[in-house]
Write a protein that binds this ligand. Structure first.
Ligand code: IVH
Length: 673
């Protein structure tokens, strides 16, 4: 290639990669497969290696990070980075509205922009002629640190602005944060490696941005949402909401929950609506920011000390609180793992009263250095179980005592063992242990397993405690007379339970395998095992070597499966289950080449009449499809049952093929499923 055509190719690759990152990281609508992106990326890397003179700060290859810095340099903010006043109650929010309307002598309701208050790190990004030239932390508001190298590694931050109508110098403000899932993953990895965990996503984001080595930052799951533009003097926009719309046009991520409303009542409504959805968001927020939309009014209102008069943050209940660790109990799970559970002085945190929290395992207790009687920080956010994240050593009293590691199983007194390299202590009692039996039966009955309607955790405990069942097979031997004897069990519920038990007997081989609760055998592995061996006898007789032939099965899983079927007790329970009528249709053999949907991504939505969604999912997986939870441009087909909603609309918009239940059934029929 001539230099001119190499150069043209390089520019074109950069353009394409910018466009694809924007679609992927900002719009959540990727348009090419990851492998294709990687291929373009590598091609660009190679071209830049051949032509170092063409390297440039706005190249997508800069996102992987560069050589470590000795220190961060200081950045003076031309326009100071302000903070916000807080409102801690509805009344304080109403007072704020009344106060500013008083100042503006306005009887009419004010227009407000409502934005989630992301819990991360405030940063400022400077673009000159559309190119990112600097990123800085807030610091004390006047002077921050230059974190340009780190900021470049964050995929949702454009290195180059889109469109053309941007000012030649643009300073954008926003929050860099770590979504909860990324945070949990980072901490799980840290626990596995015995390294320090982060207290919360905010600290994790701060720690990741403070790295002098940007290659570390590049590996952290950081995102940025923009919430404003720094403008000194005359404004470019008439409304704050216009500024946000422009930011989105220029390629920035702006919070999708943002709304423009009229008057304080609507602000109060917005606050409650988002508070009720707080646990379901993928990131932490600590409140709502309300901003006067009209920029002329903002200018009239001005600032007091270091906060604008035209904005306020209405705070949500805190997700971290301090309380006292009163005691530690030990819970035994299905696989015998003994988990230390913190018994806390009840505390209101993350919107609920919490009196138990997980301590994960004994390494975690060591790492935290926690003792009974300590004052601790408890965090509860999203669907994650409340956790102790820190000890407040300054408040430790002389009366604290060590947490004793149990010598034997707290439930059945069997010995405990700790596998080399594992942080987990396990009860060796197996099904002798009532706790393991209960958990095994709960798992057996659960939705993705035998799906026994109405057999919840409490009822399983009652049945085991009353001595009515010992194994999962005993479930199918229960009689109406026995059930009605139980406390809080009427005749009708007992009949319903028996009917549900009968219905559950018709299952699939994969579900049955999953329901057995073999260690490390999740839904996907169960499906692979069922496909590979087709019959229970073949699986039960399989050697560890032949188990290794199955997709996803490594030596550890193979040894768990092998020892499960080597146990006489387990074989006996399985025999009884089959005697009681648990059965499944024969598994049709499918080689890899006989998977007509291999490589495709399907989504299921709406109500199906002839089967449950998880049954349909299992069949699609058998045909080789990946079944995803949401529609994107990567979706190959949407199967829509009755009353399908937003997923159907999105598939229509994206022009994805859609089939109805009858067509789905016809497909399964053709494939003899
Ligand atoms: S506006 C002049 N909007 O909250 C207004 N701030 O206490 C300055 N924050 O340091 C901030 N989400 O880090 C604004 N949607 C949002 C925000 C937000 C989070 C943070 C920001 C700031 C702090 C102010």
């Amino acid at each position: 290639m001539s230099d001119a055509s190499s150069r043209a190719r390089l520019e074109s690759l950069r353009e394409q990669l910018h466009e694809h990152s924007h679609r992927y990281y900002v719009l959540d609508e990727p348009s090419i497969p990851d492998a294709e992106y990687d291929r373009l990326f590598r091609e660009l890397q190679e071209l830049e290696e051949q032509h170092p003179e063409w390297r440039s700060d706005d190249s997508p290859t800069r996102r992987v990070g560069g050589a470590p810095l000795a220190a961060f340099s200081q950045v003076r903010h031309e326009t100071p980075m302000l903070s916000l006043d807080n409102a801690f109650s509805e009344q304080e929010l109403r007072d704020f509205d009344a106060r500013i309307r008083g100042r503006l002598e306005s009887e009419r309701p004010l227009g407000y922009v409502c934005e989630p208050k992301l819990d991360g790190i405030a940063v400022s990004l400077l673009y000159v002629d559309g190119v990112l030239v600097r990123g800085a932390t807030r610091g004390d508001g006047q002077t921050g640190e230059d974190i340009s190298e780190n900021v470049r590694t964050i995929q949702s931050i454009p290195l180059k602005l889109k469109g053309e109508s941007w000012p030649s110098e643009l300073e954008v403000r926003g929050e860099i944060y770590m979504p909860r899932a990324g945070f949990e993953k980072l901490n799980t990895e840290a626990r596995e490696q015995g390294s320090k965990t982060f207290v919360n996503p905010r600290n994790a984001a701060a720690g990741s941005l403070r790295q002098l080595d940007s290659r570390i930052t590049a590996k952290r799951p950081l995102e940025m949402c923009c919430y404003g533009v720094a403008v000194a003097g005359d404004s470019w926009f008439e409304r704050h909401s216009d500024a946000l719309a422009r930011l989105a046009d220029w390629g920035f991520r702006v919070n999708a929950e943002m709304a423009v409303v009229e008057g304080v009542d609507a602000c109060v409504d917005y606050y409650h609506r988002l508070l009720s959805r707080r646990d379901h968001l993928s990131y932490d927020i600590d409140g709502i920011v309300f901003k006067v939309d009209d920029v002329a009014l903002q200018q009239k209102l001005g600032f007091v000390s270091r906060a604008p008069r035209w904005a306020i943050a209405h705070k949500f209940p805190a997700q971290e609180e301090t309380t006292v660790l009163r005691d530690v109990e030990f819970q035994v799970g299905r696989t015998g793992a003994v988990t230390p559970v913190a018994k806390l002085k009840p505390v209101f945190v993350g919107g609920v009263t919490v009196s138990n929290a997980t301590l994960h395992n004994f390494d975690e207790i060591d790492r935290l250095g926690v003792k009974i009687g300590d004052t601790v920080v408890v965090r509860r956010a999203g669907d994650v179980i409340p956790q102790i994240v820190q000890v407040v050593l300054a408040r430790r009293e002389a009366s604290v005592r060590d947490i004793a590691v149990p010598a034997c199983c707290p439930v059945c007194n069997s010995e405990l063992e700790r596998a080399p390299g594992e942080a987990v202590l396990r009860c060796t009692g197996g099904l002798v242990c009532a706790a393991q039996r209960k958990e095994a039966i709960k798992h057996f009955a659960s939705r993705k397993a035998m799906d026994i309607d109405g057999l919840g955790d409490k009822l399983v405990e009652q049945l085991v405690d009353a001595g009515l069942i010992e194994t999962m097979a005993d479930l199918y031997k229960l009689s109406l007379d026995q059930l009605v004897e139980l406390e809080r069990m009427g005749k009708k519920s007992a009949e319903n339970l028996l009917a549900a038990l009968t219905a559950s007997k018709d299952t699939s081989f994969a579900r049955f395998l999953y329901a057995l609760g073999i260690r490390e055998v999740g839904e996907a592995t169960a499906l692979n095992l069922a496909q590979h061996f087709q019959t229970l006898d073949a699986l039960a007789e399989a050697s560890e070597e032949s188990l290794l032939e199955v997709a996803d099965v490594g030596p550890i899983v193979a040894s768990h499966i092998h020892s499960f079927f080597a146990s006489d007790h387990n074989r006996e329970v399985i025999r009884q289950l089959r005697d009681c009528g648990v059965c499944w249709p024969e598994v049709v053999s499918r080689s890899d080449t006989d998977q007509p949907l291999a490589g495709q991504t399907w989504v299921l939505t709406g109500n199906l009449e002839s089967m449950t969604r998880s049954q349909a999912k299992e069949k699609l997986q058998t045909l080789g499809a990946k079944v995803a939870g949401s529609v994107s441009s990567k979706t190959d087909c949407l199967a829509a049952g009755a009353n399908a909603g937003s997923k159907l609309r999105k598939a229509e918009e994206l022009g994805i093929s859609i089939i109805n239940e009858a067509e789905l059934l016809a497909l399964f029929d053709r494939e003899k499923l």
